[in-house]
Design a protein around this ligand. Structure first.
Ligand code: ATP
Length: 237
């Protein structure tokens, strides 16, 4: 049945003008699952997230959030339906304080936001220490945490993360993956796009490999980690 899945993508075709970047994608994120989407540069990972969040419209195929068809909805309507995307490159509002960035994240659900702010400060103590500082003064890793915390302020039913470890030093990459593991433990369904395929598959339940706009492999993340073809092509082993 489809009622249990947080996200279902069926036969999705999408692109930019006449350039078709996704040629019929089937993918699902089960309730409470962490799903990793990996693949080379230009494979279409970001395009897939954009088509799910509504930043671009698919030309064919279905997108369902907890069984509800959202393929015709605007990006804003999808946010209100419970979908939250953390864009590549940590798009925080630099001149605004850390705390105001977080409060911005709760605009769709203002009720109870003080409690959620405290929950975010418990999850990311560094953000509490810096809550009154301009977000632009934070380090890259701290800005990534802020972008994630801001997305969580809307209490999403599905979280889309685009390359959260990009450009971070190894220690911070580990910290970001530890946060992702904690979100998974809290039962938030997550679709995680990562260049860092080994780290992503190590924390995920399920993995998909995207190759030039098509799903080349999909299955339990542990199986993908052991697959010789995937090891050779994506895991640098
Ligand atoms: P990366 O890891 O580099 O972000 P990706 O797997 O996310 O790669 P996409 O950014 O989704 O890949 O790109 C998929 C294809 O769509 C590529 O061929 C790319 O050149 C093309 N593309 C991406 N953005 C646009 C755009 N705004 N206009 C036209 N073509 C685009």
């Amino acid at each position: 049945g489809n009622g249990g899945n947080a996200l279902e993508v069926r036969g999705l075709v999408a692109g930019y003008g006449r350039i078709e970047a996704l040629h019929g994608i089937d993918l699902e994120v089960g309730a409470g699952q962490l799903v990793a989407l990996v693949g080379a540069n230009g494979a279409g990972k970001t395009t897939l997230l954009r088509a799910v969040s509504g930043l671009i419209k698919g030309s064919q195929g279905g997108v369902r959030l907890f069984g509800r068809d959202i393929a015709g909805d605007s990006a804003d309507a999808r946010v209100r339906a419970g979908l939250s995307q953390v864009l590549e490159g940590r798009q925080v509002f630099g001149p605004m304080s850390v705390q105001d960035n977080l409060l911005m994240g709760s605009y769709t659900r203002p009720e109870g936001r003080e409690g959620r702010l405290e929950a975010m400060y418990a999850l990311f103590p560094v953000l509490k220490d810096k809550r009154l500082l301009a977000a632009g003064t934070l380090s890259g890793g701290q800005q990534q945490m802020l972008a994630m915390a801001r997305a969580l302020m809307s209490q999403p039913k599905l979280l889309l993360l685009d390359e959260p470890s990009m450009g971070l030093a190894p220690l911070l990459v580990r910290e970001i993956f530890a946060v992702i593991a904690r979100l998974k433990a809290e039962g938030i369904p997550i679709l995680l796009v990562e260049q860092n395929a080994h780290a992503a598959l190590s924390v995920a339940d399920v993995g998909y490999v995207l190759e030039t706009g098509r799903i080349a492999f999909g299955g339990p993340a542990g199986e993908l980690l052991r697959d010789e073809r995937i090891k050779a092509a994506y895991l640098g082993l």
